[in-house]
Structure formats: C-alpha cells, structure tokens
Write a protein that binds this ligand. Structure first.
Ligand SMILES: C[S@@+](CC[C@H](N)C(=O)[O-])C[C@H]1O[C@@H](n2cnc3c(N)ncnc32)[C@H](O)[C@@H]1O
Length: 303
C-alpha cells in the first residue's frame, strides 16, 4: 500500500503547507532565543533564501530548469500563501542579536529592507547579502567566531539550489541549528521512472545529496544488467518514504543530532512538495538533547 496515496488527507491542506513551514520555524526560533538568551552567546538568524518579505512572484525566465519541475500551480500556491520568514524571524521574542538575509535577487532584498523599515524593525542589526546562498553561507561560516556565537540557519529554496557541501559547512561549525526544506517533489521528478536521468540532472542530484548513492537507493536493476546501463532500471516503490529516510541518513552522517522525523509538506492535491528537516550541529550533549527535544515536539504537534 502506498502510504502517500492512501493515507487520509491531512488537516493542514492546500496552501497551509507554507504556513505550516513558517509556524514550525517560528515556534523553534522563540524556544531557541528563550533558552539561549540565558547564556553568553551572540545569537544570529541566517535566512539564506530570504525573499522579498512579502509576496514576490519571480518571472518564469528567472527560474532554472530544476525550479520548473515544480508546476506553476504549485508555485502559485507557494506564492499565494507566503508570509515571509525574515519578517517572522525579526518578530521573534526574545530577539536574535543579528539577522543575515541572503538572496540572489537584489530587488527582493531591497523590497525586504523597505518592508523591514516600514514595520519598524529598522533598529535591529540586519545584514543583507546579495549572492548565491551556497557561497554566502560558506563565507559566513568561515568568518564568524563560533566560540562566542550561536545561530539558526533556515534554507528555504524553490527547488534543488542547496548543495550538500553547504550543509556540510553548516555541520562543521558545531554551533548552528539547521532547518532545511528539502525539495522532495523536484528530486522525485528528476529521478525518472525508467532511470533514464539526463546527465545534467544526475549531476544536480549528486550535488544535492552529496553522493551518487541515490542511484542504488532509488533504482533496482530489472535484469542482471548493471545499474544505469540503460533504461532497464526500476524505480523503488514509495519513493517519498525512501527519500525521507535517505535524507535523514545523509544528515545523520554529518550532524551529531537530527530530528527523528521530517515534516512532509504537501500541496492541495496531497502530493509531497518538500520535507522540512531539522539538524543540530552542536555536539554538546545538553545543548543537543534540548534542541532535539524542542524540534521533535514541534514537528510531532504540527502534523
Ligand atoms: C521560496 S523563496 C524564499 C521564501 C522566504 N524564505 C519566505 O519565507 O518568504 C526562494 C528565494 O530564494 C531566492 N533564490 C533562489 N536561488 C537562490 C540562490 N542560489 N541563492 C540565494 N537566493 C536564491 C529567490 O530569489 C527567492 O527569493
């Protein structure tokens, strides 16, 4: 029985998936600053795909081929219900000490800056970085003194823009908690049923997973032929369940602690769009235990 096809429709439905995402993040940020404010760290919120703060519909021409794997209808749902993670993070109490907003679209960041001023957050310490999220995260992780800073990073791409090396860089800080939207629908579509995956998509998938083991995990040979010799591969059943387990295994291979399950964000047709995943890079048992307890509780009470 395919769990994703036959299970009852969730109570969070339609565009609610976007609100669900922001609600989980918002609850975690409040709990995080409440706990960490009692300690002597400077707290940073990093939003690597910040957006414009409010509705910001990109033109089709600005989207890469992977982004286009999410159908326009689903994109409309994303856009229609988008409230904006940066503004939500700025409203967190107690407040973070510093906010870093990254977006490759300069106009979006300008609009975000205007909106932040309009909403009277201008007194907050905000850095706007125009650029590719992967490159900017690497620079930040390299530059910040993690002995005196702690951070939450939110990676909220349209599709497969996040590269695995970026997630590794975050894990290496031992000081950043990560909330990652993993593009379940996009990667599922790139992994075609026959296994005839265009070379460019194969490369993209390998950069996204940080390994080419996806070829063995998601495909079984139909005959004795070697995998990826041609169209003789068979895609696994229940690909989204396999995907969720695989993504968690990948995160567990580089983080000391990972949420015990991912929140599956579905569109109004009940199809999985994204997995919302949590990982904590701080190996300190007390900090790690508390972060996981809070994140798991939020995920359990959000689905
Ligand atoms: C899903 S939206 C982010 C939504 C935002 N987190 C919110 O809640 O409003 C994705 C954003 O990522 C930006 N973007 C896409 N690819 C990027 C990249 N490689 N690096 C940085 N930003 C990127 C887009 O311009 C867009 O504003």
């Amino acid at each position: 029985m395919n769990h994703f096809i036959n299970e009852p429709k969730p109570s969070h439905f339609g565009g609610d998936w976007s609100q669900q995402k922001l609600s989980v993040l918002s609850k975690y940020l409040s709990a995080y600053t409440t706990v960490l404010k009692k300690q002597n760290f400077s707290l940073i919120y990093i939003d690597a795909f910040a957006g414009a703060g409010k509705l910001d519909i990109p033109s089709e021409h600005s989207l890469d081929s992977q982004s286009l794997l999410i159908e326009q209808e689903e994109r409309d749902e994303q856009e229609q219900y988008r409230h904006g993670s940066p503004l939500m993070a700025l409203a967190t109490t107690p407040s973070f000490d510093k906010f870093i907003f990254i977006d490759k679209n300069e106009q979006s960041l300008q609009n975000l800056c205007d909106e932040i001023t309009r909403q009277n957050h201008a007194e907050k310490s905000v850095n706007y970085l125009v650029g590719d999220a992967n490159e900017e995260i690497e620079k930040i992780c390299d530059k910040v003194d993690w002995k005196s800073h702690r951070a939450v990073a939110f990676l909220d791409p349209f599709a497969t823009e996040v590269e695995w090396r970026t997630i590794e860089t975050i894990a290496e800080t031992q000081a950043v908690d990560l909330w990652l939207l993993f593009p379940a629908m996009a990667v599922n579509r790139m992994m075609t049923t026959t296994g005839e995956v265009p070379a460019q998509w194969q490369e993209k998938l390998t950069r996204c997973f940080g390994t080419d083991a996806w070829k063995q995990v998601f495909y079984k040979p139909n005959t004795q032929q070697r995998l990826f010799d041609g169209a003789s591969n068979r895609k696994v059943m229940r690909p989204f369940e396999v995907l969720s387990g695989f993504v968690n295994d990948r995160l567990n291979s580089i983080f000391p602690g990972v949420g015990k399950r991912n929140l599956i964000l579905k569109n109004s047709k009940n199809s999985p769009l994204f997995l919302l995943c949590f990982a904590c890079s701080n190996p300190n048992p007390k900090a790690l235990g508390l972060a996981l307890k809070i994140a798991n509780h939020i995920i359990d009470t959000s689905s």
